[in-house]
Ligand binder design. Structure first.
Ligand code: C2E
Ligand code: MG
Ligand code: MG
Ligand code: MG
Length: 272
């Protein structure tokens, strides 16, 4: 095969590389302009408290409507924003927009904002959060910051110090996608997270394989005994909801209870 394809295949591969590098550069240029051109939008996905069966808040999820490529998933442009340092400005916009929007929601309703590990690096995150809260009038206890375990991989001490300052201000801190990263358990010992969000792979895997079901059960019990709230992510079916009701989960989030929606749809959603 290699012989038959020979140089032709190699050239094709090279052209492929060129194309993807070029595409990446174009995307980077576009990403730099996206904020100024107002191409970003936040969608909000509800989460429910299981005990009272009611919506207690929404997670802000970033959307990019690219003029020619259409909507691009955060999973593909967040890494680019992180590598180029653009995540600083984008993340600040997300925080300010989410706080301003949430300030208009009924009082105890909270907003959860995803924060990239890179946002901790320049040491301004705490000031940015303070400023976003002050400017919007949102009380600190109605803001949740979601971080993934990767945020705690390097420079752990400075990240933990920033998290502690935020928590002292009254901001809630959640560990996102729990169970998919590294050293999960030691981090739970190092920081008193308010909430653990169990990655959806365990919720979705639980009906098919006993290993996922066992891990789901163990994480929920562990979080519960540490006094943390526990969200089951990615609940898509009634059966999955029934399963997590039987565990120590306090909250549920997923397509079954509500998809991410534009800010303008939230009022009608809450009325239902
Ligand atoms: P995440 O923080 O874990 O957010 C949950 C993701 O799962 C969202 O994808 C959401 O739409 C999706 N999801 C919710 N329920 C279900 C379900 O029942 N089934 C399935 N299959 N998926 C479900 P989305 O919006 O594409 O975001 C992907 C990731 O991008 C987020 O994962 C988060 O890590 C990152 N992200 C999104 N917005 C931001 C942001 O403003 N800043 C940063 N740094 N990261 C963001
Ligand atoms: Mg999240
Ligand atoms: Mg998550
Ligand atoms: Mg995720």
């Amino acid at each position: 095969e290699a012989k038959r394809g020979g140089r032709g295949q190699f050239r094709l591969f090279e052209t492929g590389m060129d194309a993807s590098i070029r595409e990446r550069r174009e995307l980077e240029v576009d990403l730099r302009r996206a904020l100024a051109l107002r191409q970003f939008e936040l969608h909000y996905q509800p989460f429910l408290e299981l005990s009272g069966n009611k919506v207690t808040g929404f997670e802000a999820l970033l959307r990019w409507d690219h003029p020619t490529r259409g909507r691009i998933s955060p999973l593909s442009f967040i890494p680019l924003a992180e590598e180029t340092g653009l995540i600083g400005k984008i993340g600040e916009w997300v925080l300010r927009t989410a706080c301003t929007t949430a300030a208009g929601w009924p009082d105890p309703m909270t907003v959860a904002v995803n924060v990239s590990p890179v946002q901790f690096k320049d040491g301004t995150l705490v000031e940015t959060v303070l400023s976003a809260l002050a400017q919007s009038g949102l009380p600190a206890h109605r803001l949740e910051i979601e971080i993934t375990e990767s945020a705690l991989l390097d420079e752990t001490q400075s990240v933990l110090a920033a998290l502690a300052r935020l928590r002292d201000m009254g901001v809630r801190i959640s560990m996102d996608d729990f169970g998919t990263g590294y050293s999960s358990l030691s981090y739970l010992q190092k920081f008193p997270f308010d909430k653990i969000k169990i990655d959806r792979s365990f919720i979705q895997g639980a009906s098919e394989n006993p290993e996922s079901a066992a891990i789901l059960k163990a994480i929920a019990r562990l979080g519960s005994s540490l006094g943390m709230a526990i969200t089951a992510e990615g609940v898509e079916t009634a059966e999955q909801l029934e399963r997590i009701r039987g565990e120590h989960c306090t909250h549920v989030q997923g397509y079954f209870t509500g998809r991410p929606m534009a800010s303008a749809s939230i009022g009608a959603f809450l009325d239902r």
